[in-house]
Ligand binder design. Sequence first.
Ligand SMILES: *Cc1c(COP(=O)(O)O)cnc(C)c1O
Length: 213
Amino acid sequence: AVAFSSGMSAMTTAILALTKSGSHVVLFNDCYRRTRQFVSKVLDRFGVASTLIPPGDLDALAKALRPETRLVVSEAPTNPYQNVVDLRRLGKLCGERNVKTLIDSTFATPVNLRPGQHGIDLVAHSGTKYLSGHNDVLAGFVAGPSHLISLLRELRDVTGAILDPHAAYLVLRGMKTLAVRVEQQNRSALALAKALEAHPRVRRVWYPGLASH
Ligand SMILES: *Cc1c(COP(=O)(O)O)cnc(C)c1O
């Protein structure tokens, strides 16, 4: 894994490291707004084309892939609607065409989901949220095989998106309680989701732990 100064710098550095002018990127469109902005607006200025497809829609993905497609980016689950994607099918579809996959798994945390164990190449996390857990840090991480991670590390060192040492220490400290925090958060969130779903004045609840999801 390689550490970054924020979740956004982790995502942007990973995407930049794996693309060049003339490349094509596919993005599942229910995702963190800034990531969508980067892929659809900023990359375009550097000659990297992109296609946005509906969340979890692997048929749309198969149609969107081009010979010059280098990277498919998704969140799992997505922020904010918590859409999920079949990671194994996604990894297989892309692997067969030599397209790399990058999953932003910030919402799940490594306690709930490890996309690397389901055939995904690169996994990104904002350390700002659950990993540090105390609202006092900005950080980001990307994990994956060393031949890809070394490309990200090289570009990070050039752009300066490095993690501050004190922030790194705070993330390490926060991660000691990650599992107990997330397990309790799962229980609280499920109880809230069920209560809200049963509430007559609530129209719809999005939560992957509900049977209705
Ligand atoms: C918050 C968030 C980010 C950005 O992380 P920062 O550390 O705030 O830059 C990226 N992706 C997802 C899914 C997020 O929730």
